[in-house]
Design a protein around this ligand. Sequence first.
Ligand SMILES: NC(=O)C1=CN([C@@H]2O[C@H](COP(=O)(O)OP(=O)(O)OC[C@H]3O[C@@H](n4cnc5c(N)ncnc54)[C@H](OP(=O)(O)O)[C@@H]3O)[C@@H](O)[C@H]2O)[C@@H](O)CC1
Ligand SMILES: Nc1ncnc2c1ncn2[C@@H]1O[C@H](COP(=O)(O)OP(=O)(O)O)[C@@H](O)[C@H]1O
Ligand SMILES: [K+]
Length: 505
Amino acid sequence: MKLFATSQIAGIDKYTIEHEPISDIDLMERAASTLVDWILHHAEPDQHMVFFVGPGNNGGDALAAARMLAWALSGIEVYILDLGKEMSDSANSNLERLQQQNRTRISYIDADSPMPEIKSTDWVIDGLFGSGLSRPLKGLPAKVVKHINASGATVVAIDIPSGLMGEDNRENDRDAIIRADVTLTFQFPKISFLLPENDPFTGSWVVQDIGLHPDAIEKTETPFFYTDHQVARKLLKDRRTFAHKGNLGHALLIAGSYGKMGAAVLASRGCLRSGVGLLTTHVPRLGYSILQNSIPEAMASIDQSDLMFTQNPDLAPFNAIGIGPGLDTKCNTGRGVQRMLEEELKKPMVIDADGLNLLARNPEWLKLLPPETILTPHPGEFARLTHPVECGYERLQLAIDFAKDNGVVLVLKGAYTAIACPDGTCWFNSTGNPGMATAGSGDVLTGILLGLLAQGYAAKDAAILGVFLHGMAADLAVEESSQEALLAGDITQHLGLAFATLKDS
Ligand SMILES: NC(=O)C1=CN([C@@H]2O[C@H](COP(=O)(O)OP(=O)(O)OC[C@H]3O[C@@H](n4cnc5c(N)ncnc54)[C@H](OP(=O)(O)O)[C@@H]3O)[C@@H](O)[C@H]2O)[C@@H](O)CC1
Ligand SMILES: Nc1ncnc2c1ncn2[C@@H]1O[C@H](COP(=O)(O)OP(=O)(O)O)[C@@H](O)[C@H]1O
Ligand SMILES: [K+]
């Protein structure tokens, strides 16, 4: 799915009105009816609801929804924010319709009014501002937002929590943004919803399809995408009838050190479960029996050091190389990594964890990375590779620039992992859950990406598909137990089901 800036959504909206064609007011009616469906499905029949209405079409949506709900619910109150200016035409028409219906108490809030009473048991429907917000809220709108946030009521935001910008919130006042429990957003998630610092504002968000014109969506260019089932399914290759382990790729994983052999085992499992033909895992001597006992499907390549990686094996037999999980950052290991990169290997690579930390200490190695390299930093590792940033939006921009400048696929891990590609596109992942915030889940991802690279997937495709499957496997695992109890090993155990579910979708 494509993701757009709010300014672009306004253009898609306009195109839909002109080319479907549909009038503004009917499109608003369609949008509002999706809100009403959701609310009726989730609210008790006697739920008291307080609507807050702003001057634009976000307010128009709220007024239309209030009218539709007033036929079914009796406890509806509407407060219109009076900023001393005209409401938009469609909002005005919906105000007239609501007045004509005559079932709802409508009040105005201006600078002199007392703030309306909101009970903690109420639902607040936030229709103050949506995608037309042009600057941070101040004065009366900010006061109303703070009053709503302090009420303890359940807040349902229409389209965007009022006060939140669709993209960049660096200059915003965080106290003047609605803190919603649920955001019912039209057609596309907004980019700011996918950044960690905005989680307190959006709550959980749900996309409401309002039938915007597919031609406009197709024509409007954007660097941002959201990996849904459809995208991931298209990337997944079928295995040929006569496939054999010799033509499904031979992966080399370099991982593990004293005290961190688990990382090598987890990454090996992830790799083998992702369909690779052969896996050789290179470990220090102390890891030999650990590896052979815990994952007999992997072949072992043994380092000359007892404790750490120092020297890679001959790389000729391998289709792809993964390095990093549990590697440690000792000097000898650093020298070993440098020697390997200086071989100017033209094999796809995935670099994770301490591989990234070594790269951060030696930025001149970046130009030694082969084409089709994937780097998989979490925000801490990414800060070491670049520099610390204040917010997710800045980090996102930095990741996109980093991928382009260095010709690598950068997998910036998080709740909505962002995959920045050398072609300037950025793919947010839609699967996964907070249970994955557990030791070793990143190691499993490295293994999956390595397995896909070795099978011949391009780095970009491997990253988009691998991250999706990794999250999906964790979602399936959590269905059977809980987020709290999820182990990284549960992700590898559910990878099979993830592949099967994706194939069936
Ligand atoms: N696109 C779609 O697919 C569809 C969109 N729909 C709905 O339309 C919504 C977008 O509507 P919209 O464009 O009228 O903007 P909206 O957010 O209601 O407010 C704009 C008003 O607020 C004002 N204003 C702005 N910032 C301000 C500030 N800081 N402080 C004070 N005032 C401020 C601004 O005035 P100005 O900036 O000129 O001062 C203007 O008066 C969208 O979110 C969705 O709910 C659906 O109905 C149908 C399909
Ligand atoms: N809240 C979350 N929601 C979804 N995925 C998450 C969440 N927290 C972590 N993850 C995923 O779990 C993995 C954690 O990787 P990482 O931080 O490297 O862990 P480790 O180093 O312990 O293996 C990443 O793929 C990340 O996207
Ligand atoms: K809103």
